[in-house]
Design a protein around this ligand. Sequence first.
Ligand SMILES: [Ca+2]
Length: 402
Amino acid sequence: MGISGRLNHQTLRAALRAALMVLLWQSLATPSLAAAGRQPISQPASCIENAGPLPASHPLPFRAQRVATFEYPWALAFLPDARLLVTEKPGRMFLVTQDGHKTEINGIPKVYYQGQNGLLDVAIAPGFARDAAIYFTYVQPEVRGGGSLVLARARLNPDDPHPRLQQLTTIWRQTPPSTGGQPGGIIAFAPDGQHLFLSVGDRQEPDTAQDPNLARGKILHMNLDGSTPADNPKARQGGIRALTWSTGHRNPYGLAFAPDGQLWEHEMGPRGGDELNRIQRDGNYGWPLVSYGDQYSGKPIARPPSRPEFLEPSIYWTPVIAPAGMVFYSGALFPAWRGSALIGGLQSRGLVRVVFADDGSARQADRWTLGQRIRNVAVAPDGAVWTIGDQAQGALMRLTPR
Ligand SMILES: [Ca+2]
């Protein structure tokens, strides 16, 4: 076959593949319509994207360079000087240079390391240049078994050749403890640097997510010292009610502010129904009473439009991506991504990029496969995107433009 014959053959194959992808996507995107062959009786009032069946994007617009490996890494956070902190779920934290040199940080408290529990998030305090403060979350072992999610603050001198956490302070501690997973534990500082938000999962006790007296399935809002901000919806009620900003979350491993000051959260659904949520003060996001997923047993859960008192997600994923980690991109290296959210995926083994419209809606723009479960994602001061893999030898990867 000559060159032109081969080209024609390739062009035809590409066209056929594209047509097949469109047909496949349409059938996956509207399974009930395809199956029933008729219009549904009622449709949701809003047009919420199910991004679960959308195909991955090719080719990758970045090079992925392996910088280092860690044992079940969980979170990463960049210092102003472009070094980064990396946590390992079994209970270690490292200071890491751009070229992958690791120094272990001493003084980490003992953690309840089991399943999804352990040492979790780390975040650089807004005033780090002044006070050298970092915040981190972990599940603290309890004498009677199980563990409690803890938000802690410490000071860290990154120029100490033997770095150690100093002045360790518990900012908030969950009660009661639990042996369940799904701890949450993501820290997001408010844009003004004066207060913070903390995601708390349902600890695999679904009904607790709707109990206003339990520190389960909530996003909490507190001052930097853990005290209650006056603008919290139930600030005067005391206890966990006073700190609650929103309710009805399942397994929230992503929490971040968009450039416009809007707080976004993502959470894993059960069988289907991962969600990206636009967080509103005093909002109830419905878990476990409504979901776009079903129980693992196959037992159906009511869909969100059936209960208008609960807030709908902006995007959902069925089948799931198992979202983990989220950062809004504002760097120099990928100008086309500015304002987008980058979200890691355990199940999807990659990243998704979400874009936002002026009306507050969101849609998935890209989905890239990286070949490993992605636990977290962050942006370095130079604009490179860094990811970590969720496994015994999890890779720290640096993504730069092709
Ligand atoms: Ca929900």
